[in-house]
Design a protein around this ligand. Structure first.
Ligand SMILES: [Cu+2]
Length: 404
């Protein structure tokens, strides 16, 4: 009720003001004056004020650049990042030039052509010259930007050169895992059916197959025991039967991975998985591969001017060559806490804001020392005392048994 009264009061107030203005207008007409229309001097004053406003506007524009410029990203830390920055600056230069010219003309005209009762506007309907001018000039500028942009894009997204270091980035809600291809320079095969506590990326190797199958077999046996004791026709029986079906289908798929070629299964053994931070050598081309475990994520490397979507069910890729080490960048930015980051740039859920992984760009020697310290995938999933040789013999026996 109160709200309706307030709305009514406001409406009435507007109506009253409107009526008062009309009365004022009528009375001034009767008096022969034109007091509601601005005088020539007033128009001139308004026109000049607009030009002064423009000067203030430009001053604000320059102040913003000086004040907030330092908050922009530091210089590009990759080879193609320099190229992209140049492209962006070229675009900014054109935009700034057009911005300044159009605004000076806009405000100058407002001042110069302020209303004057003795001046009449020149009337014309069409000008081919003007039409041509404002079609051709932007077209030329756009063509230059597009050709320049496309050539930069092609040079960035072509295939990674021979001898580059392959690293897979694997996101899930809400963290990243980096996987190095190991000594064979080849990422091992993987599948989501193989994902377990000890195998977060679902790698398919002899060791992980053995482990996954024994885990699944144990779980299936357990469910079967539970089923025997579950009340017939009960909810619990229904649930257990459903889970049993799921696990049995998964086991079948996992068994199917046995038919992979031995070389394909072996290439995952020397893969190296790391979390929270990973190292890359400066000056070497890094060939990044991206997958995703759950939803679409996006790997955003702001300092290297790179970004790539990570899409479930497919592999995307991007390569770049880092040119500035973390230590050098710390000195350049005068910030001892500086670190290169990969951030998730797709809003992927509640903890999206927290989804990042640190990249350390180091000299080749430091990288080699670091990578030598990391455990390979086969070391993380099989007990340390079991020698690799016996493990592979055992699993190959197991394969032949299953194949028979
Ligand atoms: Cu994400």
């Amino acid at each position: 009720m109160m709200t309706i009264l307030i709305i009514l009061a406001v409406l009435l107030a507007i109506l009253t003001i409107g009526q008062l203005l009309r009365v004022f207008e009528a009375s001034s007409k009767l008096n022969g004056g034109t007091s509601l229309l601005p005088t020539v001097a007033e128009n001139k004053y308004q026109g000049r004020s607009m030009f002064i406003f423009m000067l203030g506007f430009f001053a604000f524009f320059i102040w913003c650049m000086v004040e907030y410029g330092p908050y922009l990203l530091p210089e590009a830390a990759s080879e193609h990042g320099v190229l992209l920055d140049r492209l962006l600056n070229f675009n900014f230069a054109i935009i700034t030039l057009v911005f300044v010219i159009t605004h000076v003309i806009l405000f100058y005209f407002a001042m110069k052509y302020a209303y004057h009762p003795e001046r009449k506007a020149y009337y014309f309907t069409h000008s081919n010259k003007l039409e041509l001018l404002w079609t051709i000039v932007p077209a030329i500028f756009l063509a230059v930007i597009i050709v320049y942009g496309l050539s930069a894009w092609i040079s960035i997204t072509d295939d990674a050169p021979e001898g580059s270091l392959t690293i897979e980035l694997y996101p899930k809600q809400f963290d990243w895992t980096a996987r190095y291809s190991g000594e064979d320079a080849q990422l091992g095969a993987s599948n989501y059916n193989m994902i377990s506590g000890t195998n977060p990326l679902g790698l398919i190797t002899d060791g992980s197959l053995d482990q996954m199958m024994s885990e699944l077999e144990a779980e299936i046996a357990e469910i079967k025991v539970d089923l025997e004791s579950a009340p017939v026709d009960g909810m619990k029986q229904e649930d257990l039967t459903e889970t049993l079906g799921k696990r049995e289908r998964q086991l079948n798929r996992v068994r199917g991975f046995r038919s992979f070629e031995a070389a394909n299964r072996a290439s995952g053994n020397d893969d190296i998985l790391v979390k929270t931070e990973f190292y890359i050598p400066v000056g070497r081309e890094i060939d990044f591969k991206f997958r995703s475990r759950d939803v679409i994520h996006s790997a955003y490397f702001p300092h290297f001017r790179a970004q790539m979507n990570c899409v479930p069910g497919m592999v995307t890729q991007f390569h770049f060559k880092p040119t500035i080490t973390t230590a050098q960048m710390k000195a350049k930015t005068q910030n001892d806490d500086f670190d290169y980051l990969v951030l998730c740039n797709k809003i992927c859920g509640a903890a999206h804001y927290n989804m990042s992984i640190v990249i350390k760009v180091v000299e080749e020697d430091e990288y080699n020392a670091w990578i030598a310290e990391q455990k390979t995938f086969s070391e993380t999933i099989s007990p340390a005392d079991e020698s690799e040789e016996t493990a592979s013999i055992v699993s190959e026996d197991a394969i032949s048994m299953i194949e028979e």
